[in-house]
Design a protein around this ligand. Structure first.
Ligand code: KG4
Ligand code: ZN
Length: 332
């Protein structure tokens, strides 16, 4: 089969990202323009600010990606773009840029689900092997997905309230850490102890719930303050992280056993978490499960993952027409 080279665009949240990926695995360029600093002073992503930044940056990031790959649009076979889920204004900037490229250069347009992208980030590192279980842990998602073949997704569990990254960011705020707090809580947790005995919220089946845990953290801090007791932020971070890691790991390994699956992939921004990586690595060894976690730059939002998923959609001729719209919520 001929080489397939895809230019992929991802603007679902606060990264303006464009990547060129050949045959779903070979990343020729991966340009990411992060807006984190602009959102930091608001303590979270402000949708309108995100959209405006995407508008300012998208053309430049596309040019950078082509330049880095030393390619022209004539050498690109298709343009892929995140269709959803995500912030609608942010998605629309990427979608319109992708459409403009596709129309002006007469290329097919491939709509990609953001979570499919996170899963396919792993394919860049090592080809996906089926059946597999994917644990998706990000700022917007916490899901367990069984895959028996390419693009075949069965969501077996998801969060009923907050996503795990969202809970990290909220807990970070309660101990006065800036946005995005996940990596900072992770670092702090390494210096503290699990002394606060936060609940391990476990729902039936494979669903998750993190809002109760977040409230437990806030209430504990409030009660201690009222009693004039001090709590070390390191211990808050360590206790919170211990609960999250326990719950994620327990559900994941229960699902692996129930579905008789030996391949586990972990993706999304929280896959960068050192406590989670350590626990999953130990459990995987004990259960003879093969664990794959992509490197940090492929864990957080990027367009290479969209280009990887798009390759399989291309092979199925799964193309959108030029009326493609963004979708803030979209089933996998
Ligand atoms: O996948 P991602 O870049 O964006 C979404 O699609 O949501 O994930 C971002 C999330 C943020 O909530 C951030 O705080 C969290 O991932 N995160 C972490 C770590 N690194 C990033 N959470 C815990 N520990 C980390 N090391
Ligand atoms: Zn994401």
């Amino acid at each position: 089969m001929n080489d397939i080279t895809i230019l992929a665009v991802e603007t679902s949240c606060d990264e303006t990202a464009v990547s060129i990926v050949r045959n779903g695995r070979d990343v020729l360029s991966n340009s990411v323009n992060s807006q984190i600093e602009s959102h930091q002073r608001f303590g979270g992503v402000v949708p309108e600010v995100a959209s405006r930044h995407h508008v300012e940056n998208i053309t430049m990031v596309i040019e950078d990606a082509l330049k880095e790959a030393q390619l022209t649009m004539e050498e690109i076979d298709a343009v892929a773009v995140t269709e959803g889920p995500g912030l609608i204004g942010a998605l629309l900037v990427g979608i319109n840029a992708a459409k403009a490229l596709a129309i002006s250069h007469n290329k097919p347009l491939i709509p990609v689900h953001h979570i499919a992208g996170h899963i396919y980030a792993n394919h860049i590192v090592a080809p996906l092997k089926f059946p597999l279980l994917a644990l998706i842990v990000s700022g917007g998602h916490t899901e367990l997905v069984v895959m028996r073949d390419h693009l075949n997704f069965e969501v077996i569990g998801e969060t009923r309230d907050d996503a795990v990254g969202e809970a990290y960011d909220k807990v970070a705020r309660t101990i006065d850490l800036p946005y995005p707090g996940g990596p900072l809580v992770d670092r702090l947790a390494a210096e503290g102890k699990d002394t606060l005995n936060f609940p391990r919220p476990v729902l039936e089946g494979y669903d998750f719930s993190f809002s109760g845990l977040k409230s437990a953290v806030i209430n504990t801090l409030h009660n201690k303050k009222q009693k004039g007791e001090t709590v070390k932020p390191e211990d808050v971070a360590a206790s919170f992280q211990a609960s999250v890691v326990d719950v994620l790991s327990k559900k994941t390994f229960e699902a692996l056993e129930a579905y008789d699956i030996k391949e586990l992939i972990v993706c999304g921004g929280v896959a960068a978490n050192s406590g989670l990586r350590k626990r999953l690595t130990a459990e995987a060894a004990a259960h003879h499960v093969e664990l794959h976690i992509p490197p940090l730059n492929l864990c957080t939002d990027n367009a290479a993952m969209i280009g990887a998923a798009a390759y399989f959609l291309y092979r199925q001729q799964h193309f959108a027409d030029y009326s493609l719209n963004g979708r803030s919520s979209l089933d996998l």
